[in-house]
Ligand binder design. Structure first.
Ligand code: HEM
Length: 523
């Protein structure tokens, strides 16, 4: 980023640029000086300090001790999900006026640019996992706006496996490693999913030809949840976010994915890096679907159910702008690994919906970042917004890198006019009417059993015969690692969706059982 956001030109410093790019210190040899971590000159970094040429080491070799000690502390916990990913900088540019529905400053005028940092990821693999496995992909974008960061933390699918966050840890456990074998476990995968048929929509997408994107440039991104946009007059709409790839959607077949995993497990990271390096900047066009608040109670699908989409014919896509990625990171750890995205980070104009999964996510991400990167993770350059000075009364904690409020009082309310005060004119949450009732644990009010099957059925019936064959093959190749009774249960889930889905999977499964491939247990 070149600090080129015309609306964000209050500072000359661009995102994640060191505050002072100092000239290197020069040694007596006329070259940059090697120093220890505290900045002392290092005389020799090839030999440790010993008594005599073959003598023992010495505790006074502070350089050796420091080097080994620092090395031992190089790892921070990897993300519990979405651990493997790639990131890049770029900008977002408004191409269409949406000020009638959203007052967020980043959308204030056509042509306005806002610096962004995007991270794409796999979900269930660890930091060293292959990029081309069958798995949804994460699609996170951090917009550095004048009112603080907007983190759009989405996936490459418009729906998700579950509609209530309480199932999330179990969902992820069932797709990660078996507690005994430490292998991926198709039995656990299908055991959980066959007991949770609300997952079917996401399952069909994951096993369809779209389940293995050809790198991160060739996939769409979705906010997936419903969010609320509010305009200057305080009028609100429900919205869904769509980022459509201008490179087009391209996917790998199951076989290509498996082969690439062996040849180049970092395929997607490399594809993104190389293309940006070569000036072939990937871009996505940002659209919203917009629903008047009063439609929510009437629409045929519960708009706060994360397993459902809104049909485009009911709520067409409205263009907002485009995001372009045009700068690779200088340092993967500092920028990608230390980046922390949170759905709770929204500037005025963008607000949450009552979606149960979103509500939990508003808590989960900052909590995860506090564990992974400490409580002051928002002070890290990649996470702090250079255009929105942070002014509050929070102080101290591990690794303070700001001025920590300097000499100013650290409590509120206080008697000092020149200290930060809340601004009632800037609403974080716009009031709206929603359900009220008894506090209880209940499924969605408008949920009926067929709900779990209707949209997957529409998706299945819209697929070409070739895509249907591939989807059934992909499912069969995976589910054959599950126990027979689990296979049967899941096939009945497919049958409730569409008889031809069940019979195609059964047929493919029968053929695969005749001639199993080696290592079919590996998901
Ligand atoms: C990462 C929790 C559902 C997209 C994460 C992380 C946690 C988490 C703890 C790791 C964060 C970190 O260490 O920085 C949850 C919970 C969910 C949920 C509790 C449901 C209750 C979803 C959904 C989506 C999603 C529905 C997409 C629509 C992502 C993405 C990342 C992520 C993209 C990676 C962010 C990055 O690039 O750093 N999630 N998640 N998650 N999640 Fe979720």
């Amino acid at each position: 980023i070149n600090g080129n956001g015309n609306g964000n030109s209050k500072t000359n410093r661009s995102v994640n640029e060191p505050r002072a790019r100092e000239e290197p210190r020069i040694g007596t040899h006329g070259k940059p000086l090697y120093t220890d971590l505290a900045g002392h000159p290092v005389e020799d970094d090839d030999n440790s300090l010993t008594i005599g040429e073959s003598g023992t080491g010495l505790l006074e070799d502070a350089r050796l001790l420091e080097k080994l000690a620092h090395f031992n502390r190089e790892r921070v916990p990897e993300r519990v999900v979405h651990a493997k990913g790639a990131g890049a900088h770029g900008y977002f540019e408004v191409t269409k006026d949406v000020s009638d529905i959203c007052k967020a400053k980043l959308f204030s005028e056509v042509g306005k640019r806002t610096p962004i940092f995007a991270r794409f990821s796999n979900v269930t693999g660890e930091a060293g996992f292959a990029d081309t496995n069958r798995d949804p992909r994460g699609f996170s974008v951090k917009f550095y706006t004048e009112d603080g960061n907007w983190d759009m933390v989405g996936n490459n699918t418009p729906v998700f496996f579950i509609r209530d966050a309480i199932k999330f840890p179990d969902l992820i456990h069932s797709q990660k490693r078996n507690p005994q074998t430490h292998m991926k476990d198709p039995n656990a995968f299908w055991d959980f999913l066959s007991l949770v048929p609300e997952s079917l929509h996401q399952v069909l997408i994951t096993f369809s030809p779209r389940g293995v994107p050809d790198g991160y440039r060739h996939m769409h991104g979705y906010g997936s949840h419903t969010f609320k946009w509010v305009n200057q007059e305080g009028k609100a709409h429900w919205v869904k976010f769509h980022f459509l790839s201008n490179q087009g959607v391209k996917n790998l077949t199951h076989e290509q994915g498996v082969e690439t995993a062996g040849i180049n497990p970092d395929y997607a990271i490399e594809d993104l890096f190389q293309n940006i390096q070569n000036g072939n900047f990937p871009s996505w066009t940002f659209f919203v679907q917009v629903m008047p608040l009063e439609d929510a109670a009437k629409y045929k699908y519960d708009p706060f159910d994360l397993t459902k989409v809104w049909l485009h014919k009911d709520y067409p896509l409205r263009e907002v702008g485009k995001m372009v990625l045009d700068r690779n990171v200088d340092n993967y750890f500092a920028e990608v690994e230390q980046s922390a995205f949170s759905p709770a980070h929204m500037p005025p104009g963008i607000e949450p919906s009552p979606d149960r999964v979103l509500q939990a996510r508003l808590f989960a991400y900052d909590d995860a970042a506090r564990y992974r990167l400490t409580g002051n993770y928002l002070q890290l350059p990649i996470n702090s917004c250079p255009f929105a000075k942070v002014q509050n009364y929070a102080r101290d904690g591990i690794m303070v890198t700001s001025d920590n409020g300097g000499p100013k009082p650290n409590y509120y309310p206080n008697s000092y006019e020149d200290l930060p005060k809340p601004d009632p004119a800037q609403k974080n949450i716009t009031p709206y009417e929603h359900d009220s009732g008894v506090v209880d644990k209940k499924p969605f009010k408008r949920w009926v059993e067929d709900d779990d099957y209707e949209q997957p059925r529409m998706l299945w019936q819209k697929m070409s015969p070739e895509d249907q064959e591939q989807t059934a093959e992909n499912i069969a190749g995976h589910i054959m690692g599950a126990a027979d009774f689990i296979q049967k249960r899941q096939i009945e889930v497919f049958r409730k969706c569409d008889e031809s889905l069940a019979s195609k999977v059964e047929k493919a499964l029968g053929e695969k059982k005749q001639s199993p491939e080696p290592y079919t247990m590996v998901a």
